[in-house]
Design a protein around this ligand. Structure first.
Ligand code: NI
Length: 265
């Protein structure tokens, strides 16, 4: 197994362990006889030069991934870039980063204190994407971050690991679209993120997406153990471009609402 296959495998292991609902949906689909194809893996970070997209993407670029399009999320103060895999059997990688300069002095110094706890050599690890949280923080610090940015709070609590995996609905044989897929999941008892409607996007923008609401997971803060939203599972249906090839990018307006799947409710 090459380094990149190992990295992707570890991303799934960490993600599915922390997010039993993903494992359970995955099993639900394979028991129907489906072969689950992963469209993309999403990772989060801060735009501090120590850990920004450039740094977090290094392990994927070394594994043959190529930089794709860039995206901007004004309201959530995020920038993002997607990475194309070296072969079509591997998922795309979508990395977003929080634009710290757009936040208060308080948030910036809090995030700075987290990053300052980490030895410099950690940032050059080729498996940085799966190391988890390399700093400690209190539950109050988590809440202070959440007040300004749910994304910042999630990142502070979980660190480096997959935020979500994404089932490519096109590749499923027993569903004719995202609507019937969603209906089936709900009937099986899974809760979907309804912010902005269950289905984000449309055939016109060549991409439809939906997602579960994040599982609540137990997190060790420096002063207490708390239950907070963890990861979610995403579902995407891609449509062909006028030239007949399947749209391979992302739609910022849709992703904007999907980010809310990890909000505290
Ligand atoms: Ni996604």
């Amino acid at each position: 197994m090459t380094a990149i296959h190992d990295l992707l495998k570890r991303l799934w292991q960490g993600y599915s362990q922390m997010n039993p609902q993903a494992e359970s949906i995955y099993r639900f689909l394979t028991e129907r006889g489906e072969k689950v194809v992963n469209d993309h893996i999403a990772l989060r970070t801060f735009d501090d030069p120590r850990v920004g997209i450039e740094v977090l993407s290094a392990g994927f670029l070394a594994g043959g991934y190529r930089a794709g399009d860039e995206y901007s999320f004004t309201e959530k103060k995020l920038a993002a870039r997607h990475y194309e895999p070296p072969d079509v059997s591997l998922p795309k990688v979508f990395i977003s980063e929080l634009k710290l300069a757009d936040f208060s002095e308080n948030l910036r110094s809090l995030v700075g204190r987290l990053l300052d706890q980490v030895p410099e050599q950690t940032w050059t690890r080729s498996d940085l994407a799966v190391i988890g949280r390399p700093w400690s923080l209190s539950h109050d610090e988590y809440l202070a971050l959440a007040e300004e940015s749910e994304y910042a709070a999630w990142m502070a609590a979980f660190g480096f690991q997959a935020n979500h995996f994404t089932v490519l609905v096109n590749a499923l044989a027993t569903f004719d679209g995202l609507e019937s897929f969603n209906a089936c999941l709900k009937q099986a008892g899974y809760q979907l993120n309804a912010s902005g409607g269950e289905i984000k996007g449309s055939p016109e923008v060549c991409l439809e997406q939906s997602s579960t609401l994040a599982d609540r997971v137990s997190v060790d803060f420096s002063d207490s153990v708390q239950t907070i939203p963890g990861c979610y599972y995403e579902f995407a249906r891609r449509y062909p471009l006028p030239d007949g090839s399947l749209f391979g990018g992302f739609v910022a307006r849709s992703a904007d609402k999907i980010f809310e799947s990890t909000n505290r409710r």
